[in-house]
Write a protein that binds this ligand. Structure first.
Ligand SMILES: Nc1ncnc2c1ncn2[C@@H]1O[C@H](COP(=O)(O)OP(=O)(O)OP(=O)(O)O)[C@@H](O)[C@H]1O
Length: 232
């Protein structure tokens, strides 16, 4: 479904990713891990069209997408929930969901489904997104992306920094989304074991390269799991 070949990209002319290869098949959950600064977000930015590819290629469902506009990539069914700035802070919860649903024929029904999934948001419909707690903001960012039933979702650290009781609910929700047919690439930083046990494959990044690829189970069984996870 997604094929990244020998991708080089970065900021300005300075390459951060060095010939990265990544393959994601339909229905898979693929995890990306690596220490701070390894290039995980840079990879997400490049796939979603926010950063140009300096070299290499990216194909989504057989179409070449590197250097296409982010809006065009979204229209093809590739949703992206960035690590930061993932909601419209000045808009209310209701308005954010309406923005997410604007291409749908019956947005209200789908917004209601999202609110049933995240009852906490229902109580805060009129609140500005910028004033939500971290967990509530992640719920809003995720529901705004899920509202269109994307075929493919890139999630950049969706549970980092959240309270344990919220994390479990969000992991369950994302795993359920995958089993209902959305292919997921998940940048994982916290609670790795709870996430990696669901991963079909794990890509370990270090200094802009893919250092290791394993199945989720193989990775969890690695003797030096902790060091590998921290990227040492
Ligand atoms: N806008 C930018 N301009 C210049 N360099 C940047 C920019 N954004 C990130 N970088 C650099 O690119 C490298 C990779 O950063 P990136 O955010 O992709 O890492 P990451 O693996 O997602 O890290 P983290 O886990 O800390 O979020 C880092 O050295 C970072 O300083």
């Amino acid at each position: 479904m997604l094929e990244v070949n020998e991708l080089v990209s970065g900021y300005g002319k300075i390459p951060i990713l060095h010939e990265v290869n990544l393959e994601v098949n339909e229905g898979e959950m693929v995890a990306i891990i690596g220490s701070n600064g390894a290039g995980k977000s840079t990879l997400m930015h490049t796939i979603s069209g926010l950063l140009p590819a300096l070299k290499g290629s990216i194909y989504f469902q057989g179409k070449r997408i590197d250097n296409k506009a982010p809006s065009e990539i979204t229209r093809l069914g590739l949703g992206y929930v960035p690590q930061r700035k993932n909601v419209f802070a000045e808009l209310t919860v209701q308005e954010n969901l309406e923005m997410g649903a604007y291409t749908l024929k019956n947005p209200k029904a789908r917004i209601d489904e999202m609110l049933d999934m995240f009852p906490r948001l229902k109580e805060r419909l009129g609140q500005k997104a910028g004033t939500l707690s971290g967990g509530e903001r992640q719920m809003l960012a995720l529901s705004s992306a899920l509202i269109v039933n994307p075929t493919f979702l890139l999630l950049d650290e969706p549970i980092t920094g959240l309270a344990p009781q919220i994390i479990k609910g969000l992991i369950d929700m994302i795993v359920a989304t995958c089993s209902q047919g959305t292919t997921i690439v998940w940048v994982v930083e916290e609670n790795p074991k709870d996430v990696l046990k669901h991963a079909d494959r794990v890509y370990l990044m270090d200094s802009g390269i893919i250092k290791m690829v394993r199945t989720g189970r193989e990775f969890l069984e690695e003797e030096n799991f902790e060091q590998l996870f921290l990227g040492h």
